[in-house]
Design a protein around this ligand. Structure first.
Ligand code: ASP
Length: 324
């Protein structure tokens, strides 16, 4: 029997210095704890890593605090386009959806692709038709709406059409134009969610889901649904990433963690550290990842000031952190 473990993330970014809101911080901590406990229960009952990560990410999609499912960020056109992926390390089976606009839980669509399709990645209307045929719930775009994301989009639009930079957000906050709220600055946060797990049989799995980056161009697809970039699992490691998606695609970041372990014999922590603190920064990649190996080791590195993250071993207390 392996020491079963699950780890999750809810995005990385810059810590809000203006005015930390303790209530808001508690909301994030409690949300992460709740999701970890659910994943921990599945693993404790002998459930698979694949089921544990799918359910953890579904719960994160349901929580409006995170940029996935309800609470997703807006495109430049003020629309929502969501991406998700899931991968089973035991079989190398994978499923992903990109640019979906009407699915309540993109991760369940990704899982349905893995379970019920010969294909790996569906995009747009075809992904939605496939999910609908699988009996998954469709929603109107208003379902994803939160005032916080809408305001964030408005600020990005006002900023010459670019996503807000860290110092812009900090300056606005100092002028009182941005609510104190979140521990991690929502304007500079990469708010993707993800989960990785090792089950009692030593099988690994990973799942990742996102609304993408605020004010992105319509049709832009990030690293999240790209197998090997924002999500990857084999029999060596399972990895889920969050950050500047383009750089995670260019470094094949999630796969690179497993590849360095397999080909160079690096331990999990060192392989992940090289990706996050050397390879990504070399091309201005910002963010972090969570990873687990089949011995149940866990690592949660990031190159930003903070990352919503946590892990839980079966039979042990849940660990949750936000800051570095
Ligand atoms: N990696 C995601 C993307 O580029 C964004 C994020 O992590 O928040 O779509």
């Amino acid at each position: 029997m392996q020491p079963a473990v699950i780890a999750i993330h809810g995005g990385a970014g810059t810590i809000t210095r203006a005015a930390m809101d303790a209530t808001r911080e508690r909301e994030y901590i409690e949300a992460l704890q709740h999701v970890l406990q659910a994943g921990q229960r599945i693993l404790a009952e002998g459930g698979s890593a694949l089921d544990a990560v799918t359910e953890a990410v579904r719960l994160l999609e349901e929580c409006p605090l995170f940029n996935a499912g309800k609470g997703a960020v807006l495109t430049h056109a003020g629309t929502y386009e969501l991406d998700a992926a899931v991968m089973d390390g035991a079989t190398l089976e994978a499923g992903a959806v990109a640019c979906v606009t009407r699915l309540r839980n993109p991760v369940l669509a990704a899982r349905a692709v893995l379970d019920h399709s010969e294909h790996v990645l569906f995009a747009g209307a075809g992904a939605e038709a496939f999910a609908q045929a699988q009996g998954l719930e469709l929603v109107a775009p208003e379902y994803y709406f939160t005032q916080a994301r809408h305001d964030q989009w408005q600020r990005a639009l006002g900023n010459a059409g670019m996503a807000l930079l860290d110092h812009d957000a900090a300056a606005l906050a100092a002028q009182g134009q941005v609510g104190p709220a979140d521990p991690i600055d929502p304007d500079s946060k990469f708010g993707t969610v993800g989960a990785v797990a090792c089950d009692s049989r030593g099988n690994l799995a990973a799942a990742t889901s996102t609304g993408g980056v605020t004010n992105k161009q319509v049709g832009r697809v990030g690293d999240t649904p790209v197998i090997g970039a924002g999500c990857y699992a084999d029999d060596v490691a399972a990895v889920s990433a969050t950050g500047t998606g383009e750089m995670f695609i260019r470094t094949v970041a999630a796969y690179d963690v497993a590849a360095q372990m397999r080909y160079a014999g690096l331990p999990l922590e060192e392989a992940a550290r090289r990706v996050v603190t050397e390879k990504l920064p070399a091309i201005n990649g910002r963010g972090g990842l969570i990873a687990v190996d089949r011995a149940g080791n866990v690592t949660l590195p990031f190159n930003t000031e903070g990352m919503y993250r946590g892990f839980a071993r079966v039979g042990e207390a849940v660990n949750v952190s936000i800051y570095g």
